[in-house]
Design a protein around this ligand. Structure first.
Ligand code: RB5
Length: 149
């Protein structure tokens, strides 16, 4: 996977980690659209999950990143969107596997859970690992089928 652009969002709980991830991606030459939040003022994570997911849904971006305090609320909100497969990752193994097996298209992380060094390693694996397809495509299709229920 050769990602040249990505979209990212956060709530107040993820602001510092988001800024660290943006700096990391920019240093790699990857263009980043930052949909906010931009200040530490308290806000609602579903609003930012939606801003990122709608631009992954419409194909503007192949992958998105969402950061809140835990990564959990963002992943719950993101996974309510048709066609979005969001994974909350706290380690590099999960980040690699969720691309290989789940074809995850949104990475969620928690600023109150992991530090910036680990988060940037997680991002690197997420954006550079390709979906394996094959038997995993069958399973992803089954998951996508739940969009109708
Ligand atoms: C905000 O305090 C916090 O609840 C939010 O960032 C996130 O962790 C929710 O899942």
């Amino acid at each position: 996977m050769d990602i040249r652009k990505i979209i990212i969002g956060c709530d107040h709980g993820g602001l510092n980690l988001k800024n660290a991830v943006i700096a990391h991606l920019n240093a790699k030459g990857i263009a980043v659209e930052d949909v906010g939040t931009y200040t530490p003022a308290s806000c609602n994570y579903p609003d930012y999950a939606h801003k990122v997911c709608e631009k992954v849904q419409d194909g503007t971006y192949e992958l998105g990143i969402l950061i809140c305090g835990t990564g959990i609320g963002m992943s719950m909100a993101a996974n309510k969107h048709v066609g979005i497969r969001a994974a909350a990752c706290e380690n590099t193994f999960s980040a690699r596997m969720t691309r290989l097996h789940n074809n995850a298209n949104v990475l969620c992380m928690g600023e109150r859970v992991i530090g910036p060094g680990l988060a940037c390693d997680i991002v690197d694996l997420f954006i550079s690992t390709d979906f394996e397809g094959g038997r995993h495509q069958i399973r992803v299709d089954l998951v996508n089928g739940f969009d109708r229920h």
